[in-house]
Design a protein around this ligand. Structure first.
Ligand SMILES: Cc1cc2nc3c(=O)[nH]c(=O)nc-3n(C[C@H](O)[C@H](O)[C@H](O)COP(=O)(O)OP(=O)(O)OC[C@H]3O[C@@H](n4cnc5c(N)ncnc54)[C@H](O)[C@@H]3O)c2cc1C
Length: 371
């Protein structure tokens, strides 16, 4: 039987909430994860498992680098019943102008200073890295061979849920109680010394109940997927920010292609996004010309004004891990460690950068390499 009083209640059973709960359990805390719909029913159930260390801030690189060490050992660390294969296929960010190449070069310098083995390549080198890539309109590209994708990203989310005590029911109210919090949900009341909000944009209304403003916005995002194709057409991920285009052949055989600017209503936008994807394919990856994209997968990012997450304490016994701006899966291991440390009272120096106060104090750390 579940205790009605625990050390920590985590709100949200996405990859972040589950990873935080796992880290806390490993340290001996009693933890309940309160989830309104089901494990991985939010963004974590849509993301295709991309993991990269090519970022444009030292903060982004640090979160990614700590997480990358975890991902390389994911199979043994997460004890999954199915294989959690992380395929280091590489990410290629292409530039069609000297200006964009300059931006990529500046980001690579930041990455290299953080130990990330990325580099700038010229068009012929890019063509060698991605067979089938057309390079006529390229000035160069940034490449990291160790970036990659999980073969079964949802199995990774489920693996974080192993051993978790998940209480189903929407959390509607956080009430101050004796010794901490009363967490009120569709399943009743739960007492917890500490609450961690890991509910994406839905963290904001819960924090607002206590006068705390979390600057989180919902941003609709969409991906096109093909039906499965046996022959692998494009192994690395190819991204063109200037053409707002990205494509990659996933391990399940589906080709993923996206118009990176695709946001808003799918019924209205899909024909325009599909046309832009087709233009990107013609210009960069004609090998995909005859691939059909019948599936449109839709989800939403939880974005902050600087596209970096908000982490750590926001009140007495109240913590947050939200605002992942489209890259919360890949940095979940580092976030879990940092938030679990904070719950135990140890504040990682990165919280001086990613704390909530940065918005009021105008200490934003804009991450330029979000797609
Ligand atoms: C199309 C798309 C592609 C992406 N691709 C990548 C990628 O390749 N790599 C990457 O790293 N990231 C990617 N992301 C981003 C990534 O999916 C998210 O950053 C990450 O999943 C966030 O995890 P989370 O646990 O914070 O949020 P979520 O997975 O959204 O989990 C939040 C949970 O909280 C629950 N909840 C909300 N309100 C309440 C409440 N009041 N009470 C109880 N429960 C509540 C929800 O039901 C949900 O299950 C992508 C996102 C999208 C949409």
């Amino acid at each position: 039987m579940r205790a009605d009083s625990v050390d920590v209640a985590v709100v949200g059973a996405g990859v972040v909430g589950l990873a935080v709960a796992r880290a806390l359990r490993e340290r001996g805390a009693s933890v309940v994860v309160c989830e309104r719909t089901g494990i991985g029913s939010g963004q974590s159930g849509i993301q295709p498992g991309g993991v990269r260390r090519q970022w444009g801030t030292a903060t982004g690189c640090r979160l990614a680098t700590e997480s990358f060490a975890f991902w390389r050992e994911a199979q043994s660390l997460l004890e999954s019943p199915v294989e959690l294969r992380f395929r280091e296929c590489g990410y290629l960010f292409v530039a069609h102008s000297e200006r964009m190449l300059g931006r990529l070069r500046a980001n690579v310098a930041i990455q290299n200073a953080e130990g990330v083995p990325s580099l700038i390549v010229d068009p012929p080198q890019a063509a060698n890295l991605v067979p089938g890539l057309r390079t006529e309109t390229l000035s160069g590209a940034a490449w990291c061979a160790e970036d990659g994708y999980f073969d079964r990203p949802q199995a990774v989310v489920e693996a974080f849920a192993r051993g978790a005590d998940v209480l189903l029911g929407e959390v509607t109210e956080l009430r101050r109680g004796a010794g901490g919090w009363e967490v009120l949900s569709g399943s009743g009341a739960l007492s917890a010394a500490t609450v961690v909000l890991a509910a994406g944009v839905a963290s904001a209304p819960l924090a607002a109940q206590h006068g705390i403003t979390l600057p989180l916005e919902r941003e609709e995002r969409h991906l096109f997927l093909s039906t499965p194709i046996a022959e692998c057409l494009v192994e690395p991920l190819v991204v063109s920010v200037e053409r707002s285009f990205a494509a990659k052949h996933l391990a399940d055989g589906r080709v993923l292609a996206s118009d990176l600017a695709a946001t808003g209503d799918a019924a209205a936008g899909a024909p325009r996004w599909r046309a832009r994807v087709r233009e990107g394919i013609r210009e960069l990856l004609p090998i995909l010309e005859y691939v059909d994209f019948p599936i449109l997968a839709s989800g939403a990012y939880d974005v902050t004004p600087d596209r970096q997450p908000i982490l750590g304490p926001i009140g007495d016994g109240l913590h947050v891990a939200a605002g992942f701006s489209g890259h919360g899966f890949m940095i979940a291991p580092a976030v879990a460690r940092i938030v679990a440390d904070a719950v135990e009272g140890r504040l990682d120096p990165i919280l001086d950068v990613l704390d909530l106060a940065r918005f009021e104090e105008e200490r934003l750390v804009p991450e330029p390499q979000v797609v």
